[in-house]
Design a protein around this ligand. Structure first.
Ligand code: FMN
Length: 355
C-alpha cells in the first residue's frame, strides 16, 4: 500500500488534522519524539508571540495501540490552543450570541505576497480570512507531526534526516535588522539525509524521480521560492569535468556535488537539498493594497506575525524530505509489517553488496 498523507485544518480553527495511510503495522512511535519536533518548529529566531501562547502537542485518534502502529490509518491531531479566542470568529457552525473575540469582522485588505487576493478570487469569498486561515503556515504543524512518523519509519533502516539554516549568524543579524525596521526577512535552509540506500526513485517520470519529488515537497511549503539539490544552481556555471562526482573503487565518491541523487535515483551518498524562503508577507509597516469593499487604495492587513520563520522552515523542510524519503523507501521495500520492510531492505543491501 502506498504511504499517503492528507491534512485539514484552519490556523485559528479548533485543530489541525493529519491522516497517514499505508504505514506498516508494528512501527514503534514515541510521543515525546513527535512533540519535540513540534516544539522545534515553534521555536526559532524571529517568531511571533503566538509560539509562546501555544505549545503544540500531538494527539492520536486512531491507528496506534500501546505505541505501535496497527497497519490502519493513523489519525493525528494538533489542537489550536489559540482557538479559545476565536470560538465565535472561527465557529464551524453559525455562531450563537453576540460576536465576541477575534475574527468577528471581515478582512478586506489583501496582503501582497499572501493567499489573500488570489484566494478570495478563486473561491468567491467576501472575507479574506476564509482564504488566509488555510493558507497560513500554521498547518505545517501537522506536516511536522507526520514527518516525525516518517522519520521513525526511516530510522528502522538507518536513515536519518536533519534540517538546519544556512549561515546562522548572518541570518540572525538580518532578522535583528528587519525587526528594528519593523520589516520581515527570509533565508535559506538545508536538509541532509544520511543512510539512504542507492535505488530510491526512478529515472524518467516526474512522479518517480526522487529529485523532482523532493523539489515538489519543498516548494510545497509556504514561502519557499527556490529549491536546489546538491550544488544545484552553481553547477550551471561549471564545466562537466568539475561538476560530477567520480566513481572510485568500492563505489566510493570523493565529492557529492549531485547531492546524493543521479538521474532521479538516490546513489547512496548523503542527500542534500536546499530551500530558499522569501521574506514573510505580513508587514507591520504594510504595503499598499486595495480595499476589496470599496476598491480604494489602502494599507494591507496587519496581524500578529513572525519577523522571520527560517529556523522553523528548517524543521518543516526536514519533515517534508523525511516524508518523501519514507514514501520512496516504502515503495521500494514495501511490507505490511515493519519486519517485512526491514528484511526487504537488508536483502536488497545484500544483493548490491558485490558491486
Ligand atoms: C514555518 C512558517 C511560518 C510562517 N509564518 C508566517 C507569518 O507569521 N506571517 C506571514 O505573513 N507569513 C508566514 N509564512 C509564510 C506564508 O504562509 C506564505 O508566504 C503565504 O502562505 C503565501 O504563500 P507563498 O509565500 O508560498 O506564495 C510562514 C511560512 C512558514 C513555512
Amino acid at each position: 500500500m502506498t504511504l499517503r498523507l492528507a491534512t485539514a485544518g484552519e490556523s485559528h480553527g479548533p485543530a489541525l488534522v493529519a491522516i497517514v495511510t499505508g504505514l506498516p503495522a508494528g512501527l514503534e512511535l514515541e510521543r515525546p519524539a513527535i512533540d519535540a519536533d513540534l516544539r522545534r518548529r515553534q521555536e526559532g529566531y524571529g517568531r511571533s508571540p503566538r509560539q509562546q501562547i501555544e505549545q503544540d502537542s500531538v494527539e492520536v485518534l486512531a491507528g496506534l495501540r500501546h505505541g505501535r502502529t496497527l497497519g490502519t490509518p493513523l489519525a493525528l491531531v494538533v489542537r489550536n490552543v489559540d482557538h479559545k479566542n476565536w470560538t465565535w470568529g472561527m465557529a464551524p457552525w453559525p455562531p450563537e450570541g453576540e460576536p465576541v473575540g477575534k475574527g468577528t469582522k471581515p478582512v478586506t485588505l489583501p496582503r501582497p505576497g499572501h493567499a489573500d487576493l488570489p484566494g478570495v478570487l478563486k473561491y468567491g469569498h467576501q472575507d479574506v480570512r476564509n482564504a488566509l486561515e488555510r493558507a497560513s503556515a500554521r498547518h505545517t504543524a501537522v506536516h511536522v507531526a507526520a514527518g516525525a512518523v516518517a522519520k521513525a519509519l526511516l530510522a528502522t533502516i538507518g536513515i536519518v534526516v536533519r534540517g538546519a539554516t544556512v549561515d546562522e549568524e548572518a541570518l540572525r543579524t538580518a532578522i535583528d535588522e528587519a525587526r528594528a525596521d519593523r520589516d520581515t526577512a527570509g533565508g535559506v535552509v538545508e536538509v541532509r539525509a544520511t543512510g539512504v540506500p542507492p535505488g530510491l526513485g526512478s529515472y524518467a517520470a516526474k512522479e518517480d524521480r526522487l529529485d523532482a519529488r523532493l523539489a515538489a515537497a519543498l516548494m510545497g511549503i509556504q514561502a519557499v521560492k527556490g529549491v536546489e539539490i546538491g550544488d544545484g544552481f552553481a553547477l550551471a556555471g561549471l564545466r562537466g569535468s568539475q561538476a560530477h562526482d567520480e566513481i572510485r573503487p568500492n563505489r566510493r565518491r570523493e565529492t557529492n556535488r549531485a547531492g546524493g541523487i543521479e538521474a532521479g535515483v538516490s546513489n547512496g551518498e548523503e542527500i542534500v537539498a536546499r530551500a530558499a524562503m522569501k521574506p514573510l508577507p505580513t508587514l507591520m509597516k504594510p504595503l499598499r493594497t486595495i480595499d476589496l469593499e470599496t476598491g480604494e487604495e489602502a494599507a494591507a492587513l496587519v496581524e500578529r506575525s513572525d519577523v522571520a520563520a527560517v529556523e522553523a522552515l528548517a524543521v518543516v523542510a526536514e519533515a517534508a524530505v523525511a516524508w518523501e524519503l519514507a514514501v520512496a523507501a516504502h515503495e521500494k521495500f514495501g511490507g505490511d509489517a515493519i519486519g517485512d520492510f526491514v528484511a526487504a531492505h537488508e536483502a536488497y543491501l545484500d544483493r548490491i553488496r558485490w558491486r
